[in-house]
Each structure stands twice: as C-alpha cells, then as structure tokens.
Write a protein that binds this ligand. Structure first.
Ligand code: SF4
Length: 207
C-alpha cells in the first residue's frame, strides 16, 4: 500500500480511468466508467494487472476530480476496481458518486473490510488471500475465476456463505480458457445454480 494516503479516502491512488463496456459478470454489456485503483497484496500468479500492485506508482488523486471525470459520460454506472480497491476507505468516493446520481459497482477479492455505498458488489474470492467472512453475505454476485479443477470446490465452499439472492458465476481464467471453458460448461449444466461469465471485453478487444 502507498504511504501518505489519508484515512478519510479523499485522495486515492488512481491507476487509470476510462469509459467502456463492462465485459464480465452480471452487468456484462452495460456502459460503465471504470476507476482502477492501484495497490494489491493478494498476489494471484495469473493476475493480468500486475502493474496495479504497487500503489506508490499511481498518483494520489482527489475523489472530487475522479467524480468530475466520471460525470462527463452518458453512462451512469461506475465500476470501482483494482488492484484491490477495498484496501482504501471508499466512503468519500461513493458518497460523491451517489450525490452525482451514479450507480456504484465494485469488484473486490473481499480481503479487506467493506467501505463505501454500493449498488452492486461483485465478490471474486482468491485462494491467495481469502475473503473476510463478513463480506460474503453482502455480495450481489460471487464470481470465481477458474484456473484449475480445484477452483470448483473453492467456488462451492464460498457459495454456501452468500445470500440466497446472490448470482453465482464461474469464469475461466483467460490464459487457461481453452482448457477450462469446456469443464465449466459441463459443470454449469450439471449444477445450474451457477452461470458462465466470460471476459467479453477481451473478445471485443476493448479495455
Ligand atoms: S486480486 Fe485482482 S489485482 Fe490483486 S492479484 Fe488478484 S487478480 Fe490481480
């Protein structure tokens, strides 16, 4: 984590921000403004945004400025992602986004305490740093990345602790998708409480 980040969350290490289409999970296909915060110590070896890990490399940016940029686009959904965004206190950012009448979505591993006001919580638990038990019942969506066969068991263990309304997704890890997608298809047909999530933005060649 970067030093000198105020605990009130008014400055956040912004890695990048861009307007695009949400490519995965429940909100797939929706226009959304992505806010990617730097800093993550979860350490997934297959992570495709390793350049996010060191928060010190990403400029501390006032939340007022981030919200001002987000308001410039016609889409009213914002996805806060990382890195692991819950390393930081997200109350200030989300209060300002809600005041601007934006929908707030988060993508998190759940490894840090929940802060912020959210319309949609996508919890993607990682074996390398397990989620906090208190976030599981709050998830609107449980999205498990499948890198190998043992991830099905990992997915089921976490599905036992989410709310009955939580959407359940299995998503092939991109580099293993040729191998894992057929297994996920078979698994979902045999266990239809699960659905497949694909990283459609990678197929569409958009960020
Ligand atoms: S939690 Fe996300 S950002 Fe962090 S290492 Fe894993 S995939 Fe990468």
């Amino acid at each position: 984590m970067a030093n000198n980040i105020p605990e009130n969350g008014t400055l956040l290490p912004l890695m990048e921000e861009f307007y695009t289409i949400q490519g995965e999970g429940y909100n797939t296909g929706k226009a959304a403004y992505f806010i990617r915060l730097g800093g993550c110590d979860v350490g997934c070896h297959w992570c495709d945004v390793k350049e996010s890990w060191n928060a010190d490399l990403h400029e501390l940016t006032p939340t007022d400025e981030i919200v001002k940029h987000a308001k410039n686009y016609p889409g009213k959904a914002v996805v806060v992602t990382g890195g692991e965004p819950l390393i930081y206190n997200l109350d200030d950012l989300t209060q300002k986004l809600k005041a601007a009448e934006m929908l707030t979505f988060i993508e998190t591993s759940g490894a840090y305490p929940l802060s912020g006001i959210w319309d949609w919580i996508c919890l993607s638990p990682k074996k390398f740093k397990a989620p906090r038990p208190d976030i599981l019942p709050l998830a609107n969506e449980l999205k498990v990345i499948v890198f190998n066969k043992s991830d099905f068991q990992w997915a089921e263990e976490h599905a036992q602790h989410v709310s009955p309304h939580c959407k359940l997704y299995l998503q092939p890890e991109w580099s293993k998708s040729k191998e894992m997608t057929p297994m996920i298809i078979d698994y979902v047909m045999a266990n239809p409480k699960w659905e497949i999530s694909l990283q459609t933005h990678k197929y569409l060649n958009i960020p």
